[in-house]
Design a protein around this ligand. Sequence first.
Ligand code: 13P
Ligand code: SF4
Length: 337
Amino acid sequence: MPNGSTGPQEKTPHQLYEHLAQLDSGYTLDACTQYAAWIHEIHEMKRRHNAVILAHNYQRPEIFEVADVIGDSLELARQSKQVASDVVVFCGVHFMAETAKIVNPERMVLLPDLQAGCSLAESITGEALADRKEELRQVYPDLQVVCYVNTTADVKAESDVCCTSSNAIQVVEALDTENILFVPDENLARYVQNETSKNIIAWQGNCYVHHQITPEQIQEVRDKLPQVKVLVHPECREDVLALADAVLSTSAMMRYAKESPAQEFLIVTECGLSDRLLLEVPEKKFYKSCKLCAYMKMITLEGVRDSLRDGRFEITLPEETRIGAQRSLDRMLALNA
Ligand code: 13P
Ligand code: SF4
């Protein structure tokens, strides 16, 4: 399903099996029969509750079968602002559901599993950021804070502007300041530093999924398959980025793979994105990095069904924090970066 389009047609258990079994042998006919039943229940409940389902590109492939919108963080933040439903079910991690709530205070936003966190978002708190800001402002009076969208609402509220992996460089360039504290991803900060003349001060956080990927792993594939285009997410280490043909956000990888004349790609990011590519672009070949985000994979069809049925787990925020975080998000969206 293209980004931003309305939900997919329901498949019969056999159609679902034929579709998903292309990915791996875990998708048996029995498993797909159960999934088809949950998918049917979810579609019914979506209509009954006037709900919309937003899903990140890293979600399980069966979740894409109930999603109204699939996208990267920036697309989902934009779409969250445009939904007209009473309820938003977010199939992604906690900070993404929080982002949907920040821009939708009047709607009910549900996250099917509250354990679905993010190692990167957990590497910083609003309080720690406030302390660091104060310390750095003694040295750099013009300091502004750019926070990656992978942060809690508290951190967004302490920041001047948000960014995502697809617009980080443009956001930094758009600020009328030379000195920028960039939080919390040290790898993304280094990537931005290499693309700008501004002074980027990095926070020491990282994503456990991307940070574990080594240049040796990429080089091994390059040596065996010199024809592959290597697409790398900017949350990867600098020595991994150095081996990339292109450094892209998850949805930009989708577009690149669809539009490029190349036929074979190594997708260096969480595995869910490769699954989406394998299903949507069957005529091309995709090699996976086989790294799973355990948090993203906590969201299941059964969990989504329960979430809609029982109205759980609702995301709530203190209004003061929400307003502060909205300012940072709105500033990013207004930059149209
Ligand atoms: P994207 O914005 O590229 O989808 O990345 C989000 C994320 O969590 C990457 O780990
Ligand atoms: Fe967070 Fe990394 Fe998972 Fe993305 S892949 S949600 S940054 S832990």
